[in-house]
Write a new protein. Structure first.
Length: 165
């Protein structure tokens, strides 16, 4: 008759520590990937370029279909800022822009991300995040301005965020 050997599993605390460190490292890497891996320096560069763009466009009146300093609409403003400040080409219209770029969760918004709104049954609007809670856009009533995302008018109309940078 053969004897059966039973092996006890032993607990090795060092292996548990290695697993814990590996697990924490994976969480950190996953969070970096979801924020676009933006360093503080890169965020500052983007903010500075957006400040320059605002300095150029501030107060420019809104004009549907406009794309210059005599009048500009929201999607043209986004297209020009992306091309002039970042060398990134994006589509001309809001309904094209909302289909491009990478979808972003509101909790991972960064300067340079686009925010899209539904302002009417078939009407879209777009702005660009410049700081936490603030976005630049071409307002139909005030021209190019900076608004607060938590403003009740804008907040209830948000339909999504996209990243092009």
């Amino acid at each position: 008759m053969r004897s059966i050997q039973v092996h006890k599993l032993s607990w090795n605390p060092f292996s548990f520590q290695q697993f814990a460190l590996f697990f924490i490292a994976m969480i950190i890497l996953a969070s970096c990937a979801s924020t676009g891996n933006y360093s503080a320096g890169r965020v500052k560069v983007i903010e500075n370029k957006l400040d320059q763009a605002y300095g150029r466009w501030k107060g420019t009146r809104y004009q549907l279909g406009g794309d210059n300093s005599r009048g500009i609409d929201c999607s043209a403003l986004m297209m020009i800022i992306m091309k002039d400040q970042f060398g990134v080409r994006i589509p001309r219209t809001t309904d094209q822009q909302i289909k491009k770029g990478k979808k972003v969760s509101p909790k991972f918004l960064m300067p340079g991300d686009f925010v899209f709104f539904r302002t009417g049954p078939k009407q879209l609007h777009v702005g660009i995040i410049i700081r936490p809670g603030k976005f630049m856009h071409a307002s139909t009533s005030q021209g190019v301005i900076i608004s607060e995302l938590n403003n009740p008018y804008w907040n209830k109309r948000v339909i999504g965020f996209r990243r092009f940078l």
